[in-house]
Write a protein that binds this ligand. Structure first.
Ligand code: XMP
Ligand code: MG
Length: 180
């Protein structure tokens, strides 16, 4: 893995593809155990979670469904603080076991604003699974049920995560070089 430069920023290798895949498989095995006999509905939050959701879902052996919602609060490498919904939720959540899939929890604002829209619909259960969590960035505490990696408060890129729309196709995760 070598450095990647996008626009004005340089990113250095952080989490290799093999480790990401290993953690996602472990997470899928745990969910397969925890939801044995149930038919969960996964709700993946676009755009960032599309690779995580696809790889995780391939290792789910339950009778499960998946749907997608698009939320965004980031512009460039800074959170704007406004969560915009641009594809709505069309599934019926009543009496369903819901697992929300998110690429990364940073301040927690996205899920803080979105989760009430789910709990309103009377699901049987609601859990959160994330690829990455930045505990030091927390502004809105969220109960995270499944997490692949807890990471420092640095901007990350790759494996679905972008810098102004680019870098999502990288198989590995990179972090902003020289940031503290
Ligand atoms: P909040 O602050 O609402 O942020 O928890 C969650 C959303 O912000 C995006 N995000 C990032 N995107 N690198 C990215 O490419 C990052 O380091 C980063 N931190 C937050 C992401 O879309 C997430 O859904
Ligand atoms: Mg996201």
């Amino acid at each position: 893995m070598s450095e990647v430069t996008l626009f004005d920023k340089t990113f250095e290798p952080y989490l290799p593809e093999s480790l990401i895949q290993e953690k996602i498989k472990e997470l899928a095995l745990q969910i397969n155990k925890d939801y044995a006999g149930k038919k969960p509905l996964f709700i993946a939050i676009l755009n960032g979670s599309f690779m995580f959701a696809a790889d995780l879902f391939k290792s789910i052996s339950l009778e499960a469904e998946i749907c997608f919602i698009k939320l965004a609060s980031y512009k460039g490498s800074k959170s704007t603080g406004n969560v915009v919904t641009s594809i709505g939720l069309d599934a019926d959540l009543n009496q369903r076991h819901i697992i929300v899939l998110e690429d990364i929890i940073d301040t927690g604002k996205t899920l803080h604003e979105f989760l009430p829209q789910l709990t309103n619909q009377n699901p049987s259960s609601l859990k959160i699974a994330v690829l990455l969590h930045k505990p030091d960035a927390t502004v809105y505490p969220i109960k995270i049920d499944y997490c692949c990696f807890s990471i420092p408060n640095r901007f990350v890129l790759g494996y679905g995560l972008d810098y102004d729309g680019y870098g999502r196709n990288l198989k590995e995760i990179y972090q902003l070089k020289g940031s503290e």
